[in-house]
Design a protein around this ligand. Sequence first.
Ligand code: HMG
Length: 386
Amino acid sequence: MTRAIGITDISAATTSLFLPLTALAEAQGTSAGKYLRGIGQHEMSVPCEDEDIVTLAARAAAPIIERHGAGDIRTLLFATETGIDQSKAAGIYVHELLGLSENTRVLELKEACYSATAALQFALGIVARNPGEKVLVIASDIARYELDSSGEATQGAGALAMLVCADPAIMAIEPASGLFTENVHDFWRPNDRTTALVDGRFSVTVYLRAVISAYDDYVSRGGAKFADLSRVCFHQPFTKMAAKAMQTLAKHAGAESVANAVSSLEETMILNRRLGNTYTASVYMGLLSLLEHAELEAGERIGIFSYGSGAVAEFFAGTLIEGYRNHLRPGALTAQLDARREIDYAEYRERHTRADRTGDFETRVEGRGPFRFAGVRDSIRAYEKA
Ligand code: HMG
């Protein structure tokens, strides 16, 4: 029998500040209903000056290292589209903060929100060749759009870490995968920009086309039929997008009740409603939310749809392992969400503008996490334990 490979631990982190979307709506003169119900978002996580993708990633992964040790980890794959350097992998800073062995390979993967799924698939391949090794996959992003743009309400921030190994404790990933790629400009960020460019409504259309294409490819490659997926986690740039995706997929797959399929998404949305878009981490935040909030049985198959603008998508599935609940940290991310300080619209705007500064600078001590970004000295980013 082939040995199961998959996720043995999963842990997430977010920032220390948040903006309620009611405050954004009020400042813009928009109806709050558009954000709360129309796109299904309630809050957005906002970073402090001394928080970035590295500190978020290290905060997400630290509990995994505490529980499992660093010994068997020989690869760290860092997925992000909030790159902090054109050459150096952000994961190298995380490698140091977590105290991983120097005999580790570390690299960064990029393809918009999709790349954590590529990292997960690469991790499965590495473990298949060397079943004694573990791979640390980290997705970390800060979603930023221009002030007063249509994407602004979907901003957010967070990181999620997964430990991948043989005989996993939480979820075994099945080999079948459905793929999709098309060269489109629905969302992209040229090298001279700190905020993304987006054709919002077009991006929704491409996303929905990718769901169908990747799902059909998944089924044609031996994947389970829709009726054999007990739940599906979709990438959630905003939670209503998952509802649109499920509606499209359930209709396409001939589901008995499209409405029931859409309502089965509820537990996948609880964390993302408060985080905002976490780009590469978003679909796995949906998975974490489902694992923590739904009563699921061992052996149940969970579909996962990962989408990255540009665009690349993948549909695959995993099955839950007996006793998986004992390996979660229930409420850990919710406690971080609850501990964030609420900021008002004026402070949000000031921070958004300030985040664009360049050159050397020092940051104020603000964040509540265990690691901080101290600033840039001689063009080198400095990190320290808080
Ligand atoms: P918009 O154009 O400002 O909003 O932005 P809208 O007018 O389309 O309204 C949104 C929804 O709210 C509509 O519902 C309205 O009817 C409803 P829908 O027709 O879609 O079902 N609405 C209300 N509902 C209740 N009460 C009210 C009310 N008023 C209106 N009072 C848009 C929407 C998504 C375009 C915008 O948020 C945007 O540009 N977002 C960024 C792009 C995005 O998230 N795209 C998603 C697919 S692409 C993707 O997922 C990749 C991504 O994560 C990046 C990556 O891969 O790296 C973004």
